[in-house]
Design a protein around this ligand. Sequence first.
Ligand SMILES: [Zn+2]
Length: 527
Amino acid sequence: MLVHNAKVFTGEGESFAFAFRIEEGRFTWVGTDERVPEPAPGEEVLDLGGATVLPGLLDVHTHPALMASLMDAVVVLPPAVSSIDEMVEALKGAEDPEPDDPWIEGHGYDDSRFPEHRSPNRHDLDRVSDTRPIFVRRCDVHTAVVNSVALEMAGITRDTPDPPHAEIGRDAEGEPDGLLLEPNAIDLVYGLIPSVPDDKRISRMARLDQHFLERGIVAIGDLASTFSPKPLELFRAAREQSWLPRLGLYPIWEHIKDNPPVLSDEDRSGEVFIAGVKILLDGAYSNATAWTNEPYPGTCDHGIRTTSPEDLADAAAWARANGVQLAVHAMGDAAIDAVLDEFADEEGWLGDLPSVRIEHSTLFSPEMIARVRDARMPIAVVSHTIFFFAEYKSYEQNLSPEQARIAYPIRSFHTELKHTALSSDAPATAHSDADNVFVSVQAAVDRRSWTGAILNPDESVTVAQALELYTSRAATCMALPGLGRIEEGYEASFVVLDKDIFTIPTDDICRVHVRETWVRGQREYVA
Ligand SMILES: [Zn+2]
């Protein structure tokens, strides 16, 4: 097939191609001038009418297993839910997809936007129900709030000690207030929710096809695949039922460390594969648990280190022995320094592919960037602009002016580092359309949050640079051969846009839509 009359961003630089040829699912020719060759006899010709074309988009840090598990939960994300009262109303009014299941589950509240200026607590949720247990995750997934029934079922009382690396929220009298901070506390209640049968999980996973196709996303990394049991088996089964993006799975070390599997070549290959293991070295900015060198403004608090050095070393040893990546969640500069101290002088184990990925990468000084650049092993830095766009109030509150100057230095990552990407972390951030790539691209270009405030304008990038971080550069952060470029030999996976993202006003970038998504030469989606 010959595709022409298009403005083709090839994945790199600011110059464009005009036409390409697809044979057997791959690009076999890309034309960089306006001369289009004669079609071969019988060859299909497609005129795109001047539309803008991008390589299929890559979201190397997202959470499809969590998305699938939340498919029947009540969504309380902003902007739809912006106060405690609205959250209570949403939970009360939600249709119950499973009347037999007493649990009410919700996801996505962001108290930093609430006019009440406080977290929701068990008393708020008791207004929804004082007979059914309720479990609601905060947007960042590092905090949950539960009602009194759920606390009682978990046996959490004023005498319950905080689990390691986690905290049970308490009121002024020392009674549990319903808040659970960090996974070890959250799991005290989450572990009680009856597990969903496999066939239901598989069909929820299969129902994610439209979600990714309409966003033009053709490959993803699941940076917490163990939000589902048996993620490799179940996602492979889901892929039999419907189209899904190519999917690299990163189980959470905490979930597999008691019985770590020995991976086979088959586990590491194919369209759904084990790409690595994920470990969380600190908390999150939105609840001031990221682990920082300087204390949080006006406090002596440096956040939380959530993993012991032994666990970090064990996870790395497992990744090395099994030939996969180690992905370390590290937002605060102290956490990132700890990753670099541990790995920068070590020999990598995956050749050119980064053995270690740093996830989120919030506070990154120029010296730290130089350490990554000059490290002995290739290290990937995966970051986000959707975080400061969606959660600006947390950053405003939790960053000193000095810290703000080194927050999310995307331009420096782009300039200095080979292996770097933007990604969404969806649905673990406070925006109901977090993996709309164009929202993140706009924020990378204008550095503007939803409040209108601008963070670190010196670190802005061009539209093409932002898109590189979702295509060719993203492909260097995990094993995604053949993706991220429109270039001879690459997989013919691409998207056609409804607007020219390179020339429209910056404010309109977030309103660009995917008109068509093509995967290996097949048009899988038309808007
Ligand atoms: Zn994540």
